[in-house]
Design a protein around this ligand. Structure first.
Ligand SMILES: [Zn+2]
Length: 202
């Protein structure tokens, strides 16, 4: 039995989830996610729950927190693009290596929440992790909240915008990238907007 190619599999999964997807990025290297190239040779080596966790959405996570910025689902849909809505409000994940800020390293400036414009990360918080998503080792104080995420059978820590509750990505600790806090905020490019002027949103 032949297994479909990895990009085909991803497209199939995302299509079945009724979501929009960009073409698979040729630079995308699954082995980076595992640090083990031999595990990425066939789709069989990457169980479906993990693929769904990486690129699907986990909208069932309940969040009863009262965030300062409150909108109904319809109001969010009116102000966000379909992809922003899928990721920020439905806790989806953009395709690795596809985001506009993945390899974006400005010397100064700030990344604001794409949903509510709250300042979240400074340019000097960003570092190159090679994981395929924007990586930050720290955030603007108080801007980002952490929540347990046990979706897809994995224990992870979700990070959200503390102003609107928008889903940003996940945080990983103890990976020894050599940053002062030894943390990696793995953030979807779709969830943030860069501004050169740090003072404009504060
Ligand atoms: Zn926000």
């Amino acid at each position: 039995m032949r297994f479909p190619s990895f990009p085909t599999l991803i497209r199939t999964l995302n299509t079945s989830a009724n979501t929009t997807i960009r073409a698979a990025n040729p630079a995308f290297n699954v082995s980076r996610l595992y640090n083990s190239p031999q595990r990425a040779t066939t789709p069989r080596s990457m169980p479906l729950p993990i693929i769904r966790a990486l690129f699907g959405s986990s909208a069932k996570m309940a969040d009863n927190t009262k965030y300062p910025v409150q909108k109904t689902e319809g109001e969010w849909q009116a102000v966000l693009s379909p992809e922003q809505f899928r990721i920020l409000r439905k806790k989806g994940t953009e395709m690795a290596g596809s985001g506009q800020y993945d390899k974006h390293y400005p010397s100064e400036g700030i990344y604001n929440c794409a949903a509510c414009s709250a300042p979240l990360y400074k340019a000097n918080h960003k570092f190159s992790s090679g994981c395929g998503w924007p990586a930050f080792w720290d955030a603007v104080p108080g801007a980002v909240g952490q929540r347990d995420d046990s979706s897809f059978g994995m224990k992870r820590t979700e990070i959200v915008c503390n102003s609107c509750g928008g889903h940003l990505g996940h945080i990983f600790k103890g990976e020894k990238f050599g940053n002062p806090k030894d943390e990696r905020h793995c953030v979807n490019s779709v969830s943030i907007n860069f501004s050169k002027d740090e003072g404009s949103k504060e």
